[in-house]
Design a protein around this ligand. Structure first.
Ligand code: ADP
Ligand code: MG
Length: 398
C-alpha cells in the first residue's frame, strides 16, 4: 500500500479548489537575505504547474532554518516569495503568520493563476511538536493537501504529519512521487555491482543506513566523520579528528559483523590546523599525530574509490568525504563527484542525496551529470533504510 498521488487525482476534482502544498523552500540565504541558491524553489515547479493547469489555487507552506517556534526576521520567507515570483513568473502573495485568519482569508481570495506563500511555519510554536491544534488551524488553508517537501518528510511536524489526517484528499506531489520511485528502485533491486559512497558528518543517522544496506550493496565506501568513527572503532588513533563518540559502539559491532563490504580509507589528508593548509599532508591511517585531524580521504584511497565507482552499475552517494568547503581538503570529494559523473556517462544509475553532497556536486560542476539528485538528505537516508517516512505514512493510502 502506498500513498496516493497528485498525478492520480482527476483534474475535475482540482478545479477551483485550494491546494495546500507543503513545499521545501529551506533555501540558503546570503547575508542581506537574498536567496543564494533556488534549486529547491525550482524543484516545486512541476507540481505548481500541474495544479495551475487543472485550475487549482496553490497555497504554499514551508519552513526555513530553525527559528525555534518564534518569529525571526532573518529567517522570513519574504525573499523566497520574491524569488518565486521572479523565476516562476506568476504573482505571489505573501502572508503571515501561517495559521492566522488573514492567511485563511488570503487563501479564499486567491485569483486564478496566482500563488499564496505563507510565512515560515517554524515561527509557530507547535510546528515541530506536531501540536494537533496547530494541525487543525493549518488544515483550514486548503481544500486538499499535497506534500511535495521530500526534504522534510522524515519529520513528524504539524505541517507534515499534522495536517493530512485533517484534510482529505492528502496526496504526494510530483517531486515526492519521483523521489519515492527512484529511492524505492534502489531499495527493491538495484543492478549489481551496487556501490554506496558514504561520508559527511551526521554519523548516527548514517549508521542506520549502513546496517540496512550491508548485505545488499556489495561495497560501501566510507569517508568523512563516518570513516573517522569507523577507524576509531577499529582501534586506530585518530588524533584530534572529529569522531562521533555516541556511535562508536555500533560502529564496532558493524565492523565485527560485516567488515567485508565496508571499505575504510587506507590513507587520509591530515592537518594540525584546518586554517593552515600548509600543515596538510597525506598520511597512512596508522600514522596520525596526536595533534592532527583527518580532514579528507588520502590520494590512494581516492584512487581506489574512483575505480570502485567506475565498475558500478548502480551508485548511491551521500555525504562529502572531507571538509570539502576548504580547497586543501576538497580533493577526495571532488574526485568522487567526478567519478560518479563518469559512471553516469557510462550507463550506471547514480543517485546523490544530501544538501552538502549536492553543493559538493555543484562545486565539481557535476550536478547535471547524475541520474537523480535527491532533494532530501536525512529523508533519503531514512527512506532507504526503512522504506517509509512519517509524512508519507500520514497521507491517504491507496
Ligand atoms: P549531507 O548534507 O550531504 O547529508 P552531512 O551534513 O552529513 O552531508 O555532512 C557534511 C559536512 O561534513 C560538511 O560540512 C563537511 O565539511 C563535513 N565533513 C566531512 N568530512 C569531514 C571531516 N573529516 N572532518 C570534519 N568535517 C567533515
Ligand atoms: Mg548536511
Amino acid at each position: 500500500m502506498s500513498a496516493r498521488r497528485l498525478s492520480d487525482l482527476a483534474p475535475a476534482g482540482l478545479a477551483g479548489r485550494r491546494a495546500l502544498v507543503r513545499v521545501d523552500y529551506n533555501v540558503p540565504l546570503e547575508n542581506g537575505g537574498r536567496v543564494a541558491d533556488d534549486a529547491r524553489i525550482r524543484a516545486s515547479f512541476d507540481t505548481l504547474r500541474h495544479l495551475l493547469r487543472a485550475g487549482a489555487r496553490p497555497v504554499l507552506l514551508s519552513h526555513l532554518g530553525r527559528p525555534g517556534g518564534r518569529p525571526d526576521p532573518s529567517l522570513s520567507l519574504a525573499p523566497v516569495a520574491r524569488r518565486l515570483e521572479e523565476s516562476f513568473g506568476r504573482p505571489v502573495r505573501f502572508v503571515g503568520p501561517a495559521d492566522s485568519e488573514e492567511a485563511v482569508e488570503a487563501s479564499r481570495e486567491l485569483e486564478e493563476e496566482g500563488l499564496l506563500l505563507l510565512e515560515n511555519v517554524r515561527f509557530l510554536p507547535g510546528e515541530t511538536t506536531d501540536d494537533p491544534a496547530l494541525g487543525e488551524r493549518l488544515a483550514r488553508l486548503g481544500d486538499l493537501y499535497v506534500n511535495d517537501a521530500f526534504g522534510a518528510a522524515h519529520r513528524s511536524h504539524a505541517s507534515t504529519t499534522g495536517i493530512p489526517p485533517r484534510l482529505r484528499p492528502a496526496v504526494m506531489g510530483l517531486l515526492v512521487e519521483r523521489e519515492v520511485e527512484v529511492l524505492g528502485a534502489l531499495r527493491a533491486g538495484p543492478e549489481a555491482p551496487f556501490r554506496i559512497v558514504m561520508g559527511g558528518a551526521k554519523t548516527a543517522d548514517k549508521i542506520d543506513v549502513l546496517e540496512a544496506f550491508l548485505g545488499r550493496a556489495d561495497r560501501i565506501l566510507t569517508g568523512g566523520v563516518l570513516a573517522n568513527t569507523l577507524l576509531a572503532a577499529a582501534g586506530y588513533s585518530m588524533g584530534r579528528s572529529l569522531v562521533e563518540e555516541e556511535a562508536l559502539e555500533r560502529a564496532g559491532e558493524i565492523l565485527a559483523r560485516q567488515g567485508d563490504a565496508l571499505v575504510l580509507p587506507t590513507d587520509l589528508v591530515v592537518a594540525a590546523d584546518p586554517d593552515r593548509p600548509e600543515s596538510a599532508r597525506p598520511a597512512p591511517i596508522d600514522e596520525l599525530g596526536p595533534d592532527e585531524r583527518a580532514l579528507d580521504i588520502g590520494p590512494r584511497t581516492a584512487a581506489r574509490y574512483e575505480e570502485a565507482i567506475g565498475e558500478a552499475r548502480t551508485v548511491f552517494w551521500n555525504g562529502p568525504l572531507g571538509l570539502f568547503e576548504r580547497e586543501a581538503f576538497a580533493a577526495g570529494t571532488r574526485r568522487t563527484a567526478e567519478a560518479v559523473a563518469r559512471a553516469t556517462g557510462a550507463g550506471a544509475f547514480t543517485v546523490v542525496g544530501g544538501g552538502d553532497s549536492a553543493s559538493a556536486l555543484r562545486r565539481a560542476g557535476a550536478v547535471g551529470s547524475v541520474s537523480h539528485l535527491s532533494t532530501g538528505g536525512g529523508a533519503a537516508l531514512r527512506y532507504l533504510a526503512h522504506g517509509s517516512l512519517p509524512a508519507l505514512e500520514a497521507l491517504e493510502r491507496e
